[in-house]
Each structure stands twice: as structure tokens, then as C-alpha cells.
Design a protein around this ligand. Sequence first.
Ligand code: FAD
Length: 291
Amino acid sequence: MKLADLFTKRKAVFSLEVFPPKKSGSIETIYDTLEALEGLRPDYISVTYGAGGNLADNSTLEIAQKIKNRYHIEPLAHLTCVNSSREQVQKSLDRLEKAGIENILALRGDMNPELPPRLEFHYASELIGTIRAHGGFDIAAACYPEGHPECDSLEQDVEHLRQKVEMGATHLITQLFFDNADFYRFLELVRKKGIDVPIQAGIMPVVNKKQIERMVSMCGASIPASLSKIMNRYGASPEALRDAGINYAISQIIDLLSNSVEGIHLYTMNNPYVARKVSGSIASILECENE
Ligand code: FAD
């Protein structure tokens, strides 16, 4: 199913994100994770893609295919372009199509200081154009409620976002954020600029202080005082921090749903316990939204 159709049917879409196991790990470990996530009945599951653009590493495709064929859940395959040639991207698209994948999250990918970009694709909008020209896929793209860290201003970043939608992105997923006010401000700006495709809020429960500090330093999301207090107070107790982080994320989601957000995208970090806790606490609210 094309995800654009899903957004016409559901008032509030609920999706999960997983990542392939590290190169050193076994691919089988992800199937244990998926087994545990299956019961949460997400509308779709997205699978991240290594920015290296290594065609030999087919794990995103393999996992997306299993999500579709074994678990009968719609997959969204991430695809980055910054380190890929045009030929590699065409091959990836052919493979994805052959595997029956219908939805792609088109990304530039993060710049890797140890891997100079190939300069055949500079921005995600160019990848979106290539995917559209290929045909056969529904295209999603990333957006940034606090602005992308490389961009001088949020306004300018939203201009670039408009290009992604003009090139063919039919739905957007936000970077993680911890202050819903940032999301509402962003949404207002985006709608004012005429971007009218559905936008899913990306939510990541804070369950590990180090992990979140690393994520935040990479993506530039800010930590509000209320969350900072939680992290400082419970940082030394993994269980207390996990429970407080899960509850923080649940409060964020309930506020977003009651303010008519078009979807929630949960960054699961391949942690079924956390995904189960969050999803269990919002199940009846989602049901009520989608009645
Ligand atoms: P772009 O949209 O190309 O934007 C990158 C920067 O270029 C921005 O600052 C933008 O303002 C600027 N820009 C865009 N167009 C122009 C233009 N015409 N002129 C000048 N500047 C311009 N990374 C991975 O490696 N693998 C993943 O699976 C992955 N999944 C993600 C999922 C989500 C939901 C999100 C939010 C991010 C994900 N990322 C992933 C991270 C992403 O690759 C990085 O955030 C990356 O730095 C930007 O990707 P993008 O597609 O948003 O880039």
C-alpha cells in the first residue's frame, strides 16, 4: 500500500522506526525485535539506511521485505544519496521495486568526515526527483522542527523543505524533538508557506542519558528544562530514567494527538519494551482518533 493512501484513511497514523543490526551483529537479531513489535499493530514500520550508500549491504531492503511478507505490515525503506552515484541509486530503486517495496523515505544522509561525499547528489530533493522519475514509489522526506543544523535559519530550511515537496514528497516525518511548542511553531510556519502534505511527529523516548546526548549533539535538537531535570535527577538509575523518559514521551504524544497531529513516528531504537509501553498507553487514544 502506498503511504499516501494511508493518510487519507487514518486521522492519526502510528508508525515505528527500526535500524538494521550493526555490521558485526547478526541480521537475525532484528527479527526478534520485529516479532516483539508486530503485536503493536503499527500502520507501518520504517527501516533506516546507512549513509555509506554501500550497495553490498542490502540489510535495509532485506528487512523491509520481511516486514511486508512475514509480518504483513507496510514497510518504509529509508534511502540516502550523499555517498551514492546515480548508477547506484538507480540499482537500489530497481531492487526495491523488484522486492515489492512501495514506499521510500528519501534522505541526503549525514556528512561523514571520513567519507567525502560523491557530489553526484547534493540534497535530498535531487534524490526525490530521481525516485519520481523512476516511478512506482510513494516518497516521504525528513523535516526539522528546530531547523536542520547546517541551515542558517528555520525559514531558509523550510524553503528547502518546500523544494522536497515540490519534487514529489507526499508526506514528512520530523526529526526528534522534546518540546511540542517547537513542533507547533514549525507547523504554523510550514502551513503558511503552503506546504500541505501530512506531517508525522518523530518522538524518541529518552531511556539512556549518553545515547540521548549523542543524538542531540548530532541532530541539534534542544532539551527543555523539564527534561533536563529528569535526566539529571534519574540519570544514575537506568530504570528510573527509562520510566521517566517513557512517561515524558507519552505526555508529548497525548498532547500532540489532542492537538490533531496527523501522525506519530516512534523512534524505537530497536527496544521493544519501550515501544510496547508507549504504544500500550496511547492505544485507546489512537483508536478514538481513528474511529
Ligand atoms: P536535505 O533535505 O538535503 O537537507 C540537508 C541540508 O541542506 C539542510 O540544511 C537544508 O536546509 C539544506 N538544503 C536543502 N536543499 C538546499 C538547496 N537547494 N540549497 C542550499 N541548501 C539546501 N540518516 C541516515 O543516514 N540514514 C537514515 O536512515 C536516516 N533516517 C532519518 C529519518 C528521519 C525521519 C530524519 C529526520 C533523519 C534521518 N536521517 C537519516 C538523518 C538525515 O540523513 C540527516 O538529518 C541529514 O543531515 C539531512 O538529510 P535530509 O534528507 O533532511 O537533507
